[in-house]
Design a protein around this ligand. Structure first.
Ligand SMILES: N[C@@H](CCC[C@H](N)C(=O)O)C(=O)O
Length: 288
């Protein structure tokens, strides 16, 4: 099979985007892995498959696969690239688009400066939503939230806030994102026994109440240059813990995102807004 695709990136988190709006497409795990492989395929962090509207009042459905071939619930940077794609390819002439993901309805707006703002919906704090089982851990309260102690190999310990943006996140505060052992701790947290379906591990350095630096070791994809849902989760956790204001600039290694959440003034079910770049790199075709 010959497959046309578009390579895109949002703050350095990169994607292979496929238009399946006219012809339904079912890719095998092996084909997805090949698309994601930087040596034997195209190479990307996630594969995004865009499908026709599933219901009245919804413009598209979009599905997300990690480069391991595993389908996941949500991808923030991918959502921005999705909207850039459907507008640039003439699949929609709207500036505000509604899209159904596996477990959320998102509203996305293409801005005049070329960036995209995504209403990411409300965060989820119920442990069953991740899922997270901390029944044998003793959490520490800070601000209006909890930090959970995780034991890591070699006697190392970290304290994480846990929440879901539709997909699961464990976020910890670190003194310096350049020196924290992300590639050692990331895989250990990702596969920690408390997260039966694994977790995305975020490492946040707070510069001020309005500015953070962030690295994320993504579930089933490894460390990426940016993670949109990871940025939302880190800022929401930071706000609940009393460390951050309601609008924060997030500096990832691949670019900057602005995250806004009015959860303390408007209620915990307030939506998280994410604004950032979305860029096409090239179009291509691959034989699978
Ligand atoms: N890069 C993403 C998140 C992709 C999914 C994640 N690896 C997971 O397994 O939950 C983003 O920008 O949010």
């Amino acid at each position: 099979m010959n497959l046309r695709f578009t390579k895109m990136q949002g703050a350095g988190n990169d994607f292979v985007v496929i238009d399946a709006t006219r012809t339904p497409l079912a890719l095998s795990e092996a084909q997805l892995r090949r698309l994601g492989d930087r040596r034997f395929g195209v190479g990307c962090d996630q594969i995004l498959v865009i499908e026709a509207s599933p219901a009245e009042g919804v413009d598209f459905r979009y599905r997300i696969f990690n480069n391991s071939g595993e389908e996941v619930e949500h991808c923030g940077n991918g959502a921005r690239c999705f909207v850039r794609y459907v507008v640039d390819k003439g699949l929609s002439d709207k500036r505000t688009i509604r899209v159904q993901t596996m477990n959320k309805m998102l509203e996305l707006r293409l801005r005049d400066d070329g960036r995209v703002t995504v209403d990411m919906g409300a965060p989820f704090f119920e442990h069953a939503a991740l899922p997270f089982d901390g029944s044998d851990l003793q959490p520490r309260a800070e601000g209006g939230f909890e930090l959970w102690p995780l034991a890591l190999a070699g006697g190392a310990r970290c304290e994480v806030a846990v929440l879901s943006m539709g997909n699961p996140h464990a976020v910890q505060r670190v003194a310096d994102v350049d020196t924290v052992p992300v590639l050692d701790w990331g895989p250990q947290i990702e596969a920690h026994r408390c997260f039966p379906r694994k977790v995305n591990a975020g490492f946040m350095q707070i510069i001020s109440r309005k500015e953070v630096r962030l690295r994320v070791f993504e579930r089933s994809a490894g460390e990426t240059l940016a993670c949109g849902t990871g940025a939302c989760a880190a800022v929401v956790a930071g706000i609940r813990l009393g460390w951050l204001d309601e609008a924060v600039e997030v500096h990832a290694r691949g670019g900057d995102l602005r995250i806004e959440w009015a959860g303390l003034s408007q209620g915990l079910d307030a939506p998280v807004l994410m604004t950032g770049p979305a860029t096409t790199v090239f179009d291509g075709e691959i034989s699978l």
